[in-house]
Ligand binder design. Sequence first.
Ligand SMILES: [Zn+2]
Ligand SMILES: [Zn+2]
Length: 297
Amino acid sequence: MTEKKDDLKREKWSKFCPKCGKQTDEFFDSMCKDCFKQGITLLAPERLVSVSVCPHCGGFFKGKERTSIEPAVETAVRKAIRKKYGAETPVEIAGLSVELAENKRSAHVSITVKAEISGVDIEETGVFTAALKRAICDRCSRIAGGYYAAIVQIRAEVRIPTDKELALAENIAHASLGESDFVSKERMLKEGLDIYVSSAEYGRRISRTVVKELGGSFSENKKLYGRKDGRDIYRVTFLVRLPGFKQGEVVKIGNKKILVEKVIERKGIEGVDLNTDEPVFVSKKEMMMAKILNPKY
Ligand SMILES: [Zn+2]
Ligand SMILES: [Zn+2]
């Protein structure tokens, strides 16, 4: 009995780390703290950063989501550590710098990460090269295919929009581009301009802004275009009508200058020919050839 008691006593005084032989009272995974730390590798994310780069627009994508490399690296590192050491593991990215290779086929990453594992704070710095896949993004493949989901038609009430109005509408379209929007084509017509765009939402945004800037109103008309993946696909036409001539304005038709006195809706205008001082009636059809003198736009 006394012998056993001695053994227990001795054991208390002779706790050693089985790995390095150092005497210790604190054990982590039955090793001393240093050996435990040595056995931990936080960073091995070379294969985990799956970002693709679009050779057309140079954008970076994680699946279909547009991203930049930094958050993709952070997410991959966090995920890898939590997969290895538990979903609740506290992880902190303490430093990150990403340098893109000139050919955009890889990125040079240096990262410092901190994590708390079994109550031990671990910090690790690593440098690695992440290979980037090349894949044409949805937006670029749609552009290449001439895809459009909406048409914005710029017209004016009983007249033809001025060149300045059309130029402004064009500018508005390019200034209101969202991340995945694009203009697939523009068609100049004798009665105005048609802008073919990537989404109904984008078309609506253009129409709203044009009306806000130039006046008038717009209507939208949805037409079933086809079906894809069991869903109806619509194309939307936005008809923007800029305001017509107003009372007091002077318009030019051929070499006549006419002062607008009264606008008769859907019929034309009554006015005065400024060369002869004669009262004139100009039909809607003739008004389509009229140009405003000194237009604001
Ligand atoms: Zn040890
Ligand atoms: Zn692209």
